[in-house]
Design a protein around this ligand. Structure first.
Ligand SMILES: Nc1ncnc2c1ncn2[C@@H]1O[C@H](COP(=O)(O)OP(=O)(O)O)[C@@H](O)[C@H]1O
Ligand SMILES: [Mg+2]
Length: 254
């Protein structure tokens, strides 16, 4: 069953259009990734789905319902939660209060149980439940941001570059968490610059370049696509050895 269907999506800031005619579809239980360079429009894409930016054209259908005109809190209430870029935890609030914030659209009696489930998933947060979020390490803040999104009980979780800036052990931990969530039946849309790990974990994947989808396929097929290897995998390896290679153009491949 298709959870999210996006067609002909255009969006941007004022008169500047960032996303040009984007189409993406997500099946239940899948991890779908959107990879792209800095400035490609990945965050704009997630903000548009979440209702934080209005689409200027196109449709966003979530579980059969049009959401492109709904305000953000209604979209969260329907079961779509965003883990924003840069974590965006409330640094001067405690871990526990950050998690409670995740339940702001809920009024049922199971909130405490769901917060306990976050503590079971991330025991380090349980140890620090009364600590200010700003005193946590970057990796712990990312766990808290994911935990907060989970407390909203999403059927679709959107993550904006969750591995960015984290120490390698936390990157591994975050990708393992995504695999765990998938095995528990969650559907995930992951936006990443860390193309290799994102494609390894993804059932299907899209490449966004300057606001357009230029390639799509299974995660594995994109890992084996020469254009992706050169632009998104090879360049990273070259850079880590201090070698500069020019950006490869993959426009028109799609
Ligand atoms: N608030 C904003 N106002 C105007 N332009 C923006 C704003 N945020 C991002 N942009 C521009 O939109 C483009 C896409 O940005 P973004 O979606 O953040 O890319 P990514 O997340 O892929 O790095 C960039 O050219 C960026 O400069
Ligand atoms: Mg971004």
């Amino acid at each position: 069953m298709t959870v999210l269907t996006i067609q002909g999506l255009r969006s941007g800031y004022g008169r500047i259009e960032v996303l040009h005619d984007v189409a993406v579809s997500i099946e239940r239980g899948q991890i779908v990734t959107l990879i792209g360079a800095n400035g490609a429009g990945k965050t704009t894409f997630l903000k548009t789905i979440s209702g934080l930016i209005r689409a200027t054209a196109g449709t966003i259908e979530f579980e059969g319902k049009s959401i492109e005109c709904l305000p953000p809190h209604k979209i969260v209430g329907l079961g779509l939660s965003l883990v924003p870029e840069g974590r965006a935890v409330l640094k001067r609030m405690t871990v526990m209060d950050n998690l409670r914030m995740g339940a702001f659209t809920r009024s049922d009696p199971d909130i405490a149980r769901d917060i306990d489930a976050v503590f079971d998933r991330f025991p380090v947060l349980a140890e620090r439940w009364n600590q200010l979020a700003g005193t946590l390490s970057g990796g712990e803040q990312q766990m808290l941001a994911i935990g907060r999104a989970l407390v909203a009980r999403p059927s679709l979780l959107l993550l904006d570059e969750p591995s960015l800036g984290l120490a390698p052990k936390f990157v591994t931990r975050i990708f393992q968490t995504l695999r765990d969530l998938k095995s528990e039946g969650k559907t995930i849309l992951l936006v990443e610059q860390n193309a290799r790990q994102a494609l390894q974990v993804a059932d299907s994947a899209y490449v966004l370049e300057r606001g357009k989808i230029v390639l799509s396929g299974s995660g594995e097929s994109l890992l084996n696509t020469p254009e992706v290897q050169e632009t998104y995998l090879g360049q990273r390896a070259a850079r880590s050895h201090g070698i500069r290679i020019p950006t490869f153009q993959v426009d028109g491949i799609a």
